[in-house]
Design a binder for this molecule. Structure first.
Ligand code: CP3
Length: 343
């Protein structure tokens, strides 16, 4: 069925658009009082993720309340480790925590390849409900973590500034790392295909911890697995967001995906040159800019739009919106993109 506002899909495919489409990473979340209201009635974040009706409800909130051009299914990248047998908790004010880490060949025995039908039905159910409630108003984005970023959490056991446990394993136990990455990749492909089957119109792969690897490690332990995922998905356009991977832009430009996400450290014109003319680019306003006054937000957004040009661009922030951002400042960013016309 035809989606009324399909600007994002057309921009992703490289087709010309009347105006630049816009959404925000982490748009479904704590910036909205309406999200916090739903969340406050539950035991925690994971209960929200695993309750399809409520996950679908908060998925739609930014479409209704902020006017973004796409919804992103409310979930987390850490549902994959859990589906493989490595459960996580989300500790208030602290972030993710894994009771059992995966650090050696022996630990692999506790894992299995995720079966989306049995291990991740709460996500595909949420997608089906969200699609129905969206009623073809805007596209729905599905997502997963990149294998390296998922491995980083499974081995480290929590968030970290350096992920030195995870990174150490790449040097000391490379064969084990490749085995784990292979299992995550296989699980992720099955998971993303199930998301598409449930109704996801496009997909994003988050490599949030790309930037802590050296170029050589990135080329060996992250890119090949992202490539495998891109090769396996030909049903819908795929976006790869490798945060901090400025050093790998030429290689990212060669991935068989449609869109590459840029963070705010990446110069727009330089990125276009390194990535080549074919890819659609997504990004890349500094999320901190939304703490500035409205005039500054407007001017910087227009500057960004001019640098990207009229086509092959999906406007976004360079990373997720920070939870204490004023929703009115977010609206200024979104409205500026939606009213701007390239002359
Ligand atoms: O709106 C959306 O973008 C959809 C939902 C979404 C969430 N997490 C919800 C969430 C998405 C796409 C993610 C992806 C995700 N999760 C990433 C990749 C993107 C990135 O930020 O780099 C990562 C690394 C995670 C892991 C994760 N989840 C961490 C480190 C944390 C704790 C930090 C924090 O922001 O609190 C989470 C929790 C989380 N995931 C929240 C939300 C709305 C906050 C939890 C809450 O409501 O209490």
């Amino acid at each position: 069925m035809k989606i009324e506002n399909d600007l994002i899909l057309r921009a992703a495919r490289g087709e010309s658009v009347e105006r630049t489409p816009v959404w925000m990473m982490r748009q479904a979340g704590r910036i909205l009082p309406e999200y916090r209201e739903v969340r406050s009635k539950l035991s925690g974040f994971i209960e929200l993720v695993e309750t399809p009706e409520l996950a679908a409800e908060v998925t739609l909130q930014p479409v209704h309340l902020l006017g973004v051009d796409a919804a992103i299914i409310f979930s987390d990248i850490l549902v994959i480790p859990q589906a493989m047998g490595c459960a996580y908790q989300m500790i208030e004010q602290k972030g993710p925590w894994f009771e059992n880490t995966i650090r050696s060949q022996a630990d692999l025995k506790s894992l299995h390849i995720a079966d989306p039908a049995s291990d991740l039905a709460f996500v595909t159910d949420a997608i089906r409900i969200a699609k129905k409630e969206l009623n073809n108003r805007v596209p729905l984005i599905g997502f997963a973590g990149a294998p390296w970023t998922i491995m980083a959490y499974m081995t480290e056991g929590s968030g970290s500034k350096t992920f030195s446990v995870a990174r150490k394993i790449l040097y000391t136990e490379p064969a084990f790392a490749h085995k784990l990455l292979g299992m995550i990749t296989e699980s992720t492909i099955a998971y993303l295909k199930a998301q598409v089957e449930a109704g996801a119109d496009m997909l994003q792969i988050f490599d949030s911890w790309a930037g802590i690897l050296s170029p050589a490690l990135y080329e060996e332990f992250s890119l090949p697995y992202i490539k495998q995922i891109c090769e396996a998905i030909d049903e819908v356009p795929v976006t790869v967001f490798a945060k901090g991977a400025f050093f790998a832009r030429e290689l990212l430009g060669k991935l068989p995906c449609r869109t590459i996400g840029l963070d705010w450290n990446m110069d727009i014109l330089e990125s276009r040159k390194l990535l080549g003319p074919d890819k659609t680019l997504q990004g890349n306003l500094d999320p901190c800019l939304l703490y500035a006054d409205h005039e500054t937000i407007r001017n910087s957004t227009i500057e960004m739009l001019k640098a990207f040009g009229p086509n092959k661009h999906i406007a976004n922030l360079g990373h997720g919106v920070y939870p204490d951002t004023d929703p009115d400042s977010v609206r200024v960013f979104i409205e500026t993109v939606k009213t701007y016309r390239h002359s």
